[in-house]
Write a protein that binds this ligand. Structure first.
Ligand code: ATP
Length: 206
């Protein structure tokens, strides 16, 4: 298999900025949020199964998944949430594996997964990279993005904390300075850790 790197970090930490930089360096980035939307897109088997399980009250007027309606159902109901995840998680995994398999044999694949630690996925990657940023900075960035303060705090509280993410990390990138500093740190990660790891993986395979 190609080198699979898991990338995660709390909301507003700068995970997407790291993924974007890695993409410019040549990584194949797979965005888990995007894959998760794709597997329940209109016309998909995933969406049909969700409707079979939860009825068409989870569809909007256009026949697309109404995330708010579905969220309201599973938020308060643990069994419902597990039923939903039993539909979505295997599909996300299969589609991610398919995308990774389509990459070149020497590719460095980076899977951007917001809840990687919470879902227990760390052991499925060769290397886990965690982006860490002071909460005050994250709150400022989220505010600039238009999220209100209470909502931002609620979302941060609902995720794993930095200590837990750090415990699952092979590499921790801190993002408390500006974007030039972040880019320099990502470039060093690419050059010093990811490229050598990939070369090593390929040599052992050959
Ligand atoms: P989410 O989990 O919500 O998607 P994220 O971790 O992917 O968050 P980003 O979208 O990468 O976070 O970053 C949040 C915002 O902060 C973006 O607007 C991004 O451009 C900005 N940002 C990220 N890092 C820095 C930085 N070092 N300096 C200034 N702005 C930054």
């Amino acid at each position: 298999p190609v080198l699979m790197v898991g990338l995660t970090g709390g909301i507003g930490s700068g995970k997407s900025a790291v993924a974007a930089r890695l993409a410019t360096l040549g990584a194949v980035v797979i965005d888990a949020d995007r894959v998760a939307r794709e597997v329940v897109a209109p016309g998909s088997e995933g969406l049909a199964e969700i409707v079979a399980a939860f009825s068409d009250r989870v569809l909007d007027a256009d026949g697309a998944l109404d995330r708010a309606a579905l969220g309201a159902i599973v938020f308060a109901d643990e069994a419902a949430r597990r039923r939903l995840e039993a539909i979505t998680h295997p599909r996300v995994r299969a589609r991610t594996a398919e995308l990774a398999a389509a990459a070149a044999p020497d590719a460095i694949v980076v899977n951007d997964v917001p809840l990687l630690v919470e879902v227990g996925l760390a052991p499925t990657y060769h290397l886990v990279v965690v982006v860490q940023t002071e909460v005050t900075t994250r709150l400022e960035r989220l505010a600039r993005r238009g999220m209100d303060r209470a909502e931002a705090e609620r979302r941060i509280a609902a995720q794993a904390d930095d200590a837990r993410r750090r415990a699952a990390a092979d590499v921790v990138l801190t993002n408390d300075a500006g974007l030039p500093e972040l880019h320099a740190a990502v470039d060093a990660l690419w050059r010093d850790r990811l490229v050598p790891y990939e070369v090593n993986l390929r040599e052992r395979r050959a």
